[in-house]
Every structure is written in C-alpha cells, then in structure tokens.
Design a binder for this molecule. Structure first.
Ligand code: GLU
Length: 505
C-alpha cells in the first residue's frame, strides 16, 4: 500500500466550553500533523442535538486562535472534504447506513425505551446482542412484511450494528500496543435513529474519518472503549486496509493524582480548566479561562505538551517548532498525567522572562492606562525590564510597580517603625543637597557620588538606603535604589524626598 499523506483531526462536540484536556488532544494532533508534513482537520461532531450548546463552536475556534494551534481545513477553515459539520452530512450517513443494512451487517430495531426497560428488569445484565436479539422486536426476529409495514406506517426505529460473537478484536494502539477484547462483550450499538434522521457518534465518526482520509486517530483515553467497535465497523464497510492507526492519550488527573481532573478541582483550588473564559448560556455561570487569568498562550501550550509526554531529557521550555521536532507519539505515557497547575504558573513566569521587555510592556500598557497613568511605552518598558523577573503574571506588575508612576500618598507604618530612625530626616536632607547639583542623574553616576558621600561621613549604607526607599516608594519594596531614583529623575526624586521628610519628621 502506498504511503498516505498524514491526516489527523480534532473532532469536538459543541456541548460547552472546551476542556483543557481537549486542548491537549488538539495540540498532540497538531504536533503530529506538522512533524509529518500532514494536515490537521477541524470537524464538528454535532449529531446529538440534545447536547448542542450555542456559542460552543465559536468558542472552540477562538480558543485555538489564541493558543496558536492552526488547522489546515475544517469548519471555518474550508477544504476539499467538506462539509465538516456532521449535521450537514445527513445524506452521506444515510447512504452508508443503507450499505450496512443491505450487506446484512446491520438491522432495524423497533424496541421502544419502555420495552427495553422491561427487558432489563426481566433479564439480569441485559445486553442487546447475539444472545438476546432474537427475543427483541427487530428485522432479524420479525417477518419481513411486518417490518415493511411498520416502516411504511412511520414507526420510529433505530439501526443497530450486528456484532458477531466469538471474535477476537485487536486495536493496534500507538501508545498502548495491542489492545485485545472479545466481540462478545460489545452490544449491538445503535448507529442511526429514524427519529431525527441522524447517525450516532460511532457511525458518523467512522464514515467521516474514512471519507476525510484520516490516517491517525489521536484522542483521549475515554474513547478507548469505543475503539474495538470502530475496528469492527471499518471491517464491515470493507475499509480495513485504510483504517486509521489509533493513539489513545493518557487521562489528565487531579492535582493530587487521584481520579480524573474535573472543573470542580479548578474551582476548589483556583485554576482554570478552560482556555478562555466561558459564559454558560443556560445557567449564566461564568468560568475562568487561561487567557483572562493572565496566562501567555505559549506557556499554556508548553505546560500542556508535557502532560503525558516529554522529550526524554529534562528540557522543559520548548517553542512550538521545537516541540514539532521532538514530539513522539509512541513515547506518550499510558499512565495518567497529574495536572500540576502550580507548574503552569511556573511556565508562565518563564515565558514572561523569555519574552522581550517590549512584548511584556505591550501587554501591560493597557493596565497602566486603566489606572489613569499616561506614560510613554518606553518608560513602561523600562519598568518592565526592572521588575518582570518578580512576577508570574503580567497583571501582578501593577501592585509591584505603581510607585514608579504615582508618588506615595501615605507611608507604610511597619516600614516607618523599622526603617525611619531619629536622624533619618536630617541625613536625607543632606542627601538631597548631594543630589541637587548633579547634572548627570544616571544610575552609575548617582551611585558613585552617593556611595562616596556615605563613606566620607561614616553612615551605614543600609540605614540611608532604607530610609531613602521609604521616601520614594512609600514602603520597603522595589528594585535597587539608584534604579528607582534614576527612573524618577532628579526633580521627582527630590520632590518625593522633600514631601516624605515633611510628613515623617
Ligand atoms: N466527538 C468526540 C469528542 O467530542 C470525538 C472523539 C474522537 O476523536 O473520536 O471528543
């Protein structure tokens, strides 16, 4: 068989916000597609109209745009294999359901929900399969005339897959190896419902993967139980030769490692489980998102990439391009990956450091403006350069740095008690006289002059600096003193000192 071009797909159902686990699935598909020069398809699986949530599709598309995961084709991206929304492919599925019926690989069943319930009461561990199907109301057990009449009368029915018992089914999984089950444990799955003229997930998923020439199905572990059924469906259609390879990714586990990560864990421990803020249209509930919480998209991607895979050494910071090169689907772990959200904040910190001061300043400038401060982007960039190594999030910069732009109105009590000595007012008045005549107010020149003055007068450097800091900052925080005074400039520095001496003396 000729080598086929790698084609993978991310196929969410628009049932709400995209869970962070779904983001990782899409990311692994993206990395896999790119490293093989293949295509990534975005397909919407919306055949379950009961679970449809308005806005979910747009939300998912916006999430990937923010994260930098690019699709080659699909809903909103175009392509030659469309339509990519399953609700627009009804006629296609009908044709393939008919094909299975004609080949005797599927059958029509009329059992109502009440009848099915009655059977479940009657037979312990009832399963609709080879052992029970002849007791049920379906086209295998009923005379043809009766079946035809019911259909002609418009009676609702489903189409079920006829699973042959006694067969060993193998799923050749790129991560888990050969997964083997007996066909007996499977039930005759519903593939199609006449009520809404729509296929179920299983049929639509297989038909689309085939028609869209998907070569690899990379998806969450929760779909592993469906895989044997999918293998049987490929065979029933006669598509076994081009069946995609499967890879079922490890679960994302709670931060403490016990059980599956849920939205409640995020609420309880204070981290988002969605890429963007989500407004639930039904309940009105608002859930936090990584974007709105101040994460950089690169940090989220890097963090997620390492949940279930690593490059085999201790390299943690990787660009998307590096990940494309290094990613290896066969090296993904089978065991679940603990969702270490604290590590997520560490990644954000690292990415703030990696970005240029200009880039971070561009993100922070709106916050500065929101506080009514009008400063040039150059001045904002300068502050970022001094302070960005101290934050995990850009938004934390304001509390840490507002004193660069706004003179203190009050002075922190604790710092006064600790740092403002009997003679501080007098010493700082003298320091003002030292600074006043300086034409060169650069960091290095101030430092040279002030340190010499301290030495000549036998002052304690700490005492002078701490008191001086209090006058410029209003409390005990901030970077190196001369960085602050140089940034403020001579006039502002002297003004702040004068005012503080006045208030504190
Ligand atoms: N529609 C399924 C989902 O929501 C797709 C599963 C698959 O990738 O086969 O995840």
């Amino acid at each position: 068989m000729a080598e086929r071009k790698v084609r993978v797909r991310f196929a969410p159902s628009p049932t709400g916000a995209l869970h962070i686990g779904g983001v990782r699935t899409a990311l692994y598909n993206y990395l896999f597609a790119k490293q093989h020069g293949g295509d990534l398809i975005f397909r919407i699986e919306d055949t379950d109209s009961n679970r449809f949530v308005p806005g979910a599709e747009e939300y998912i598309i916006e999430s990937f745009k923010w994260l930098g995961i690019k699709f080659d084709e699909g809903v909103s991206f175009g392509g030659n294999y469309g339509p990519y929304r399953q609700s627009e492919r009804r006629d296609i599925y009908k044709k393939y359901v008919q094909q299975l019926l004609d080949a005797g690989k599927a059958y029509i069943a009329f059992d109502t929900p009440e009848e099915l319930n009655a059977k479940r009461e009657e037979i312990k561990n009832f399963q609709y399969d080879a052992s029970t199907r002849m007791m049920m109301r379906n086209s295998l057990a009923m005379p043809k005339e009766e079946v035809d009449k019911l259909i002609a009368d418009g009676t609702q029915y489903v189409v079920r897959f006829k699973i042959e018992p006694g067969e060993e089914v193998h799923v050749d999984d790129l991560i888990r190896g050969d997964v083997k089950i007996m066909s007996d444990i499977l039930d005759d799955k519903v593939l199609y419902k006449s009520a809404d003229e729509l296929p179920t997930y299983h049929l639509a998923n297989i038909v689309d993967d085939h028609l869209m020439e998907v070569t690899h199905v990379i998806r969450g572990e929760e779909w592993l139980p469906s895989a044997p059924l999918h293998v049987l469906l490929y065979r029933a259609f006669g598509w076994a030769d081009t069946m995609p390879r499967f890879a079922h990714l490890p679960l994302l586990l709670k931060p403490d490692g016990k059980g599956k990560l849920s939205k409640r864990d995020g609420d309880r421990l204070g981290f988002p489980v969605f890429p963007l803020e989500w407004h639930d249209p039904k309940t009105g509930e608002v859930s936090s998102g990584y974007r709105e919480s101040g994460y950089l998209p690169e940090a989220v991607i890097n963090f997620l990439a390492l949940l279930g895979w690593n490059p085999g050494n201790d390299q943690e910071i990787m660009t998307m391009d590096e990940m494309v090169k290094l990613f290896d689907i066969s090296k993904c772990s089978k065991a679940g990956a603990k969702f270490d959200y604290v590590k997520g904040t560490w990644f954000n910190h690292e990415y703030i450091l990696h970005k240029t001061n200009e880039e971070i300043a561009a993100l922070w400038a709106p916050v500065v403006a929101e506080h009514g401060v009008s400063e040039s982007i150059e001045r904002i960039t300068e502050v970022v350069g001094m302070m960005k190594d101290r934050v995990n999030f850009v938004k934390e910069l304001w509390d840490l740095c507002s004193f660069f732009f706004i003179a203190p109105e009050t002075y922190d009590e604790k710092t006064i008690k600790k740092r403002w000595k009997e003679d501080s007012a007098e010493t700082l008045t003298k320091l003002m006289a030292v600074l006043e005549p300086l034409d060169d107010f650069s960091i290095s020149h101030q430092e040279e002059v002030v340190m010499k003055w301290i030495e000549d007068n036998g002052y304690k450097t700490g005492d002078v600096m701490n008191a001086w800091r209090l006058t410029l900052v209003g409390e005990g925080k901030g970077p190196h003193m001369f960085d602050i005074s140089a940034f403020l400039g001579k006039e502002e520095t002297l003004n702040r000192m004068r005012k503080a001496i006045e208030v504190l003396k």
